[in-house]
Write a protein that binds this ligand. Structure first.
Ligand code: ARG
Length: 459
């Protein structure tokens, strides 16, 4: 039989394959709550504007609540023949309230309807992601506070560079996740314009009030151009772009946790709750959550590229290609939320091994820069010469199989006669980090200042 929404022009119903390729209900049922909120706002506005009667609007608005409760209660029967969530909801509304249901679609189209629903959904995800990021930041802050003065190696090229503190390293991630949250907030502000009332593409001849529906749905204003409003998926792409950057941060941190939890590093012990064992090797405790965060991030990047590809060749206005926006965004959002929650759990539960961090901090000649700086400061050596002298001392220590503080004063004076015993005062890793007092530096007092600033920001 032909379609009840547009059967007037059709003699035959669709082929089964047509129905299969066309239907989106399998995934866009996730927009049910947003669809019903949008329709309720639209119906209220139609009544206020005198386009439908108050009685009809009231029946529509009540009926939609019934539909919502059926969907939430799991009793709603979704139909593939009805294609998508919009037509499933409207068809059920008709079964419940009869004739007035047919008046709901006055002055709108599925094109503005789906853009509105999807924006509302993405907006909710942004709010959830910001909360997830803040929870993760709090977990990092707690780690940073406990270990504000715990010394560990800082790396460049994954080679020992200079000692830093555990708290400083944790706070680096707090900054990154803070920027992610602020990018999400920017994207939210930019997308918060309501497409509803753009209708199919050209607007409508009915005297609708777009300001009213925009306000009702929590938008800042109606989208200004009806063609743009139904053609645009920037909001979804921007979410995916911002999510990708955030995911990249999560993946880097996951990579560090994988490295740090290895027997060779032992910087952290992950909790049993966020680890798995091996079915054959009894000693194993694997950082699977971190590995899966690292891996799932690929899906978020993939979604971003996939939707870019969908959009890049589309003429204005709506094309059915755009229906492919939703699965990408749903999957990316689901995995972002899961990755945020898993990372928060791992960070909250993990124990940094202070002794292992400290032992590693001192190896690899990590205070060589402090030694060179001392030669400049105390002996007034040009830095380039100090660099050279220190390099010779490192080579000497390396040949002895010891670290810089283990060299004797005689050894040092053999390289440069003016060196005095005072030099040992800067060679300890504690001295090294304590001296990095520049703003944003690794000195414990600077780290505590970072923690205090963020605690205030997060409230
Ligand atoms: N299911 C469609 C989508 O997700 C809804 C919009 C359909 N509009 C249309 N003119 N066929 O994009």
């Amino acid at each position: 039989s032909s379609n009840q929404m547009w059967g007037g022009r059709f003699a035959a119903g669709p082929d089964a394959i047509m129905e299969a390729i066309n239907a989106s209900i399998g995934f866009d049922k996730r927009l049910a709550a947003q669809d019903i909120a949008g329709s309720r706002a639209h119906a209220a506005m139609l009544a206020t504007q005198g386009i439908v009667s108050d009685n009809d609007a009231e029946a529509i608005r009540e009926g939609l609540l019934t539909v919502l409760s059926e969907i939430e209660g799991g009793t709603f029967e979704f139909s593939t023949a009805l294609e998508d969530i919009h037509m499933n909801v409207e068809a059920r509304l008709k079964e419940i309230i009869g004739e007035p249901a047919g008046r709901l679609h006055t002055g709108r189209s599925r094109n503005d309807q789906v853009a509105t629903d999807f924006k509302l959904w993405v907006r909710d995800q942004i709010d959830a992601a910001v909360s997830g990021l803040e929870a993760l930041q709090r977990a990092l802050l707690t780690q940073a506070e406990v270990g504000a003065d715990w010394v560990m190696p800082g790396f460049t090229h994954l080679q020992t560079a200079q000692p830093v503190t555990w708290g400083h390293h944790m706070m680096a991630y707090v900054e990154m996740f803070g920027r992610d949250a602020s990018r999400l907030a920017d994207a939210r502000a930019r997308m918060n314009e309501c497409p509803l009332g753009a209708a199919a593409l050209a607007g409508t001849s009915f005297p609708i009030d777009r300001e009213a529906t925009a306000r009702d749905l929590g938008f800042d204003r109606p989208a200004a151009n009806s063609l743009d409003a139904v053609s645009d998926r920037d909001f979804a792409l921007e979410f995916l772009g911002v999510a990708s950057i955030c995911a990249m941060h999560l993946s880097r941190m996951a990579e560090e946790l994988v490295i740090w939890s290895s027997a060779q590093f032992r910087f952290v012990t992950l909790s049993d709750r966020f680890s798995t064992g091996s079915s054959i090797m009894p000693q194993k405790k694997n950082p699977d959550a971190a590995e899966l965060i690292r891996a799932k991030i690929g899906r978020i990047f993939g979604a971003n590229v996939a939707l870019m590809m969908v959009m890049k060749g589309l003429p204005l206005a709506y094309s059915k290609d755009m229906q492919e926006d939703k699965e990408q965004v749903f999957d990316a959002a689901d995995n972002l939320m899961l990755a945020l929650a898993a990372m928060e759990g791992m960070v909250r539960d993990m124990a940094a091994n202070r002794a292992a961090l400290h032992a590693a901090a001192g190896s690899g000649f990590s205070t060589a820069t402090d030694l060179a700086d001392w030669l400049v400061r105390v002996l007034n050596m040009p830095f380039r010469e100090a660099h050279h002298v220190t390099g010779s001392l490192v080579a000497l220590a390396e040949s002895r199989g010891c670290d810089l503080p283990d060299l004797s004063l005689e050894d040092m004076q053999g390289v440069h006669g003016a060196i005095t015993a005072d030099v040992f005062g800067v060679l300890g890793v504690e001295n090294s980090v304590a001296s990095r007092v520049s703003y944003g530096g690794t000195a414990p007092e600077q780290v505590r200042a970072q923690v205090a600033r963020w605690k205030e920001r997060l409230g």
